[in-house]
Design a protein around this ligand. Structure first.
Ligand SMILES: Nc1ncnc2c1ncn2[C@@H]1O[C@H](COP(=O)(O)OP(=O)(O)OP(=O)(O)O)[C@@H](O)[C@H]1O
Length: 252
């Protein structure tokens, strides 16, 4: 089922066209990748979807309804959750308290008053950061902080997760566990739209990938289709006979 539809969105910043007639979708129960070179317009698209950036033109639909003019908090209440490239946790609070705050805010909206200590612990366990539960959020490794961002987002039980470079800072084993967690979340029916530069992760977990270049969607398809697309190879992936990882790391 189509959960999110971005329809011919244009974003201009003065003379810079950051997003140019971009159209793409993300389904519930699936992982969708949004990839492209630095400056291609990926974060600007996320800002348009979450409501932080008004599009110059175009529309955004969520669950079949236009949210183009909805405020950020209304989109969040409708079930759009987001993590940021820059980490946004409360640094002086513990990891546990960061997740607790997210739960409390979400429950406050819903009018649920039951204490949720067990839920907090279960969520910390689920994303794999229980060992850091008592530590200050600004004292944990970057990879764990990214997982904390995800936990805070999941505390709000989103239908659609927008994940902006969620795996940066994760080592190979953590990245693999993270991919498995994403698959689990999608299997629960959630939609995941992910901006990510780790091509191994993207190619392994995504059902569909959209490629942006200079603000335009230059290709959409399965990982195999994207790998084989000549325009994508030229704009982003490098040549097809080279391993995918090397050109990506060269760009980072
Ligand atoms: N607030 C802004 N004002 C002016 N130009 C902006 C603004 N935000 C983004 N841009 C420009 O819009 C273009 C797209 O930027 P954006 O951050 O969306 O790209 P991106 O694909 O997310 O890049 P990266 O992979 O480096 O995060 C870039 O040329 C950027 O410099």
């Amino acid at each position: 089922m189509t959960l999110l539809e971005v329809d011919r969105v244009v974003v201009r910043f003065g003379g810079v066209t950051a997003v140019n007639e971009a159209s793409f979708t993300a389904d519930g129960g699936a992982i969708t990748g949004l990839i492209g070179p630095n400056g291609a317009g990926k974060t600007t698209c996320f800002n348009v979807i979450s409501g932080l950036q008004k599009p110059t033109k175009g529309k955004v639909h969520f669950q079949g309804r236009s949210i183009t003019s909805s405020a950020v908090h209304r989109r969040a209440r409708k079930g759009i959750g987001r993590t940021f490239q820059r980490l946004e946790a409360f640094g002086s609070l513990s990891v546990r308290d960061n997740v607790r705050v997210a739960f409390d805010i979400h429950r406050g909206f819903r009018g649920v008053l039951k204490p949720g200590a067990a839920d907090v612990e279960a969520l910390l366990e689920r994303v794999g950061i229980s060992d850091y539960a008592g530590e200050r959020a600004d004292a944990i490794p970057t990879g764990a902080a990214r997982l904390l961002e995800l936990a805070r987002c999941l505390a709000c039980d989103p239908h659609l997760l927008l994940l902006d470079e969620p795996s940066s800072g994760l080592d190979e084993a953590e990245s693999e566990a993270f991919g498995a967690l994403l698959r689990e979340l999608a299997a629960e029916g959630r939609g995941i739209l992910m901006v990510e530069h780790d091509m191994d992760l993207v190619m392994n977990v995504c059902d569909t990938i959209h490629v942006l270049d200079f603000g335009e969607v230059i290709a959409s398809g399965s990982p195999a289709e994207i790998r084989a697309d000549a325009r994508v190879q030229q704009a982003y992936l490098g040549y097809s006979d080279e391993p995918v990882r090397e050109p990506m790391e060269a760009q980072a």
